[in-house]
Each structure stands twice: as C-alpha cells, then as structure tokens.
Design a protein around this ligand. Structure first.
Ligand SMILES: C[S@@+](CC[C@H](N)C(=O)[O-])C[C@H]1O[C@@H](n2cnc3c(N)ncnc32)[C@H](O)[C@@H]1O
Length: 209
C-alpha cells in the first residue's frame, strides 16, 4: 500500500514572518468572533495562528485549488478546534461576502498577508469592498506586506522585488500605502496603525467605522 502524498506546501517566508505577525494580531484583533484569512496560500499562517488566537476562530481561504489542498493538508497535520476548513474565495469577486456571511456570520476581522502586490489592483479593491460589507463597526482589516510610501525611499530589496513582480505580470507590483488607504476609506475602513516589520514589510491595520 502506497503512502498518501503529503500535499502540504512550505513557504519559507511564512515560517519567518509568522511570529512577528502573530504578535501584532494578538494586540490588534477584536477579542472574539471569527478571523477570515484571505489568500491563505500554503496554510502555514492558519495552523500557526489559529490555536494561539483562541477563543477566536480562524477561517482560511484561497482561490487556488492547490493552495486549498495544502491548507487542508496542514490542518490534517496540525488540527485545532477553532480552525475551519478553507473556502474558495477570490477577493476580486465583488459578491464574495454573500457566500461567506451565511456560513460564518460573526467575522470580526480579516487578515490578508502578502497578496495585494501579487495580484491585480482589482483584488485590493475587491478586498476593501468586501471587508467594508462584511465587517461591523469596530471590525479590523489587517494587511501585511511590502509597500511604497509617499516621501519615503523604498528599500533596494523591495525595489528589486517590485521589478521581478512586474516582469512576471505587469498588473502586479508594490502598492502605494496612500492608494490602499484611499481605497479603504471609500469603504468605511480607516487607517488606524502602520507598524514596521522585519525585512522592510509593514503591518497595516484598518478599522471599520
Ligand atoms: C504570495 S502568496 C501568500 C500566501 C500566504 N498569505 C503567505 O503569506 O504565505 C499569495 C496568495 O494570494 C492568493 N491570491 C492571489 N490573488 C487573489 C485574490 N484575488 N483573492 C484571494 N487570494 C488571491 C494566491 O492564490 C496565493 O495563495
């Protein structure tokens, strides 16, 4: 009898950034309810953060079937009572809150790590529109990743990363924090906090007003 294949994907960056991200999440997330993770990728953040953020629940998602297989495999390997199976969710789909809300009505926060620069701008707009609809006042949207900021030089490593992203797909690339914050405010999400993170990344925290 052959062993089942291990479908877990492994992203070294997720291994490195999971602890700094968790430290911020513990402080900024509402204390109860369900955290919807959009663009969970391998699922490493889900299995690491969920048991450490109880009593909140954690709902991972990703539009990629390969990512969802990996998330399922990580959950099977590291189960947690408060970790839900992954949803098929594309942030660019303007209707995504309609499919999520009936399943999980108490989403108090959305976490999105390293997506908006590796996806078309439409995904960021869809993320904001959906977050504005699904979160109640006081709800939190947390973004993590590299950004450009007005009046501040971009780190050489991030400039190089931006070039690589754009050569892979012209719709990708580092976003300007000011553009992201403007898209957020259009959806009643105000910028609460920007936290410098290791390797020239930022944690960006929005609150639904
Ligand atoms: C670089 S990976 C990051 C994964 C994970 N958050 C991490 O930090 O390891 C980017 C992820 O974004 C997902 N993604 C891309 N476009 C998306 C969209 N429009 N909506 C939701 N997820 C998307 C991809 O499928 C991929 O899993």
């Amino acid at each position: 009898m052959k062993d089942d294949p291990d479908l877990r994907q492994y992203a070294p960056a997720a291994e490195r950034n999971r602890e700094p991200i968790l430290t911020v999440l513990k402080r900024v997330l509402p204390p109860t309810g369900c955290v919807l993770e959009i663009a969970s990728g391998s699922g490493q953040h889900a299995v690491y953060c969920a048991p450490r953020l109880q009593p909140r629940r954690w709902l991972p998602s990703d539009p990629s079937p390969f990512a969802r297989e990996s998330i399922q495999a990580w959950i099977a390997h590291c189960p947690a009572d408060n970790l839900l199976p992954p949803l098929n969710l594309d942030a660019a789909d303007p209707t995504w809150p309609d499919s999520v809300q009936p399943l999980v009505p108490d989403i108090t926060a959305i976490v999105n790590v390293n997506m908006i620069h590796i996806s078309a701008w439409q995904s960021c707009l869809g993320l904001m529109a959906g977050a504005g609809r699904i979160l109640s006042p006081g709800g939190v949207l947390y973004l993590y990743g590299p950004f450009r900021r007005q009046g501040q030089p971009t780190a050489p490593s991030n400039e190089a990363f931006d070039q690589r992203l754009r050569s892979q797909n012209p719709d990708w690339g580092l976003r300007h924090l000011e553009d992201v914050a403007a898209a957020a405010i259009d959806q009643q999400l105000i910028l609460k906090e920007v936290i410098a993170m290791p390797a020239n990344n930022l944690s960006v925290v929005f609150e639904r007003i």
